[in-house]
Design a binder for this molecule. Structure first.
Ligand SMILES: NC(=O)c1ccc[n+]([C@@H]2O[C@H](COP(=O)([O-])OP(=O)(O)OC[C@H]3O[C@@H](n4cnc5c(N)ncnc54)[C@H](OP(=O)(O)O)[C@@H]3O)[C@@H](O)[C@H]2O)c1
Length: 267
């Protein structure tokens, strides 16, 4: 975990940059194009989008206009549950919008009650065909991952879940690590809702870092891949400046203790 270029090696052998830019709720068009370009300029090589976000095409435009080879940028997109019975067509649609011929990572967006087994079988075919370099899940519990594994042969490479000190999913982290599944933190900044909790501010001040940098660093030190979202150039740069300090064991424990099973996504 030394720099913005540091990667996690997935169970597929694929290298996934530890820090990425999330683009949920960045409006499509120029705002997304600009945010992705700022991130690439700052050294990010990992972008997280989804068909549901409505901005895959803008991510593709930004990557092409950056001049950086496609092969040097890790791009995730996600399959929305209403597409679980037509996953291959939905994947082709995402690829068309992005303007790519492969995805680095394709995720089942939610563990919806129906269709996820069929959708996973389709993702396995896309993985075997090389269309998706890695496939994974999002918002899955270990029980749901175990259920999926019973009818499949490919272990998800990644599980993307809400993860912050206020939602420290330790059992899920341990379970995924045991299965060789990379846990990935979404809403790592609590969508801003708990970011300025005075207990975070006290720790941040002691390192001369910002609250956001402390939360991102906490997830990284727990071994997660982290995808903070920002549409501001200043904050995109700030969020990547997390490789020049180390949270002490005591501060990691203090942050762990903030867990209250908080759900920023639905607040
Ligand atoms: N798989 C899923 O179901 C799922 C669900 C939610 C999110 N995600 C992914 O995870 C990504 C990140 O999660 P998120 O967007 O929910 O929330 P987040 O990254 O926790 O927080 C984003 C919010 O924090 C603000 N912010 C960013 N950097 C900041 C900084 N340095 N200082 C102060 N405020 C800052 C942003 O405002 P500005 O833009 O104004 O900077 C925005 O309001 C998403 O974009 C998406 O790619 C996935």
């Amino acid at each position: 975990m030394y720099s913005l270029q540091s990667t996690a090696i997935l169970n597929t052998g694929t290298a996934m940059p530890l820090l990425g830019l999330g683009v949920y709720q960045i409006p499509s068009g120029q705002p997304t194009i600009q945010a992705v370009l700022w991130a690439l300029e700052a050294g990010y090589r990992h972008i997280d989008t989804a068909s549901f976000y409505g901005n895959e095409a803008d991510v593709g435009v930004a990557i092409r206009s950056s001049g950086i080879p496609r092969s040097e940028i890790f791009v995730t997109t996600k399959l929305w549950p209403t597409d679980y019975f037509r996953a291959e067509a939905a994947c082709r649609s995402s690829l068309r919008k992005l303007g790519f011929d492969y995805l680095d990572l394709y995720l089942l967006h939610w563990a919806s009650p129906i269709g996820k087994r069929q959708a996973w079988a389709a993702l396995e075919r896309l993985y075997r065909a090389g269309t998706c370099r890695a496939i994974g899940v999002s918002n899955f519990t270990t029980t749901q991952i175990d259920a999926l594994s019973k009818s499949s042969s490919v272990v998800p490479a990644v599980n993307q879940v809400e993860f912050s000190p206020f939602r420290f999913q330790k059992a899920l982290l341990d379970g995924c690590q045991t299965k060789g599944i990379q846990l990935e933190a979404y809403s790592p900044l609590t969508r801003g809702k708990r970011l300025f909790d005075p207990r975070i501010t006290a720790i941040a001040e002691s390192y001369g870092k910002s609250n956001a940098q402390v939360l991102i660093r906490w997830s990284l030190q727990h071994g997660l891949v982290v995808i903070p979202k920002s549409s501001s150039q200043k904050r995109i740069v700030e969020n990547a400046n997390v490789f020049d300090f180390v949270l002490s064991d005591a501060d990691m424990a203090n942050l762990d203790a903030l867990d209250e099973n908080y759900r920023a996504l639905f607040k």
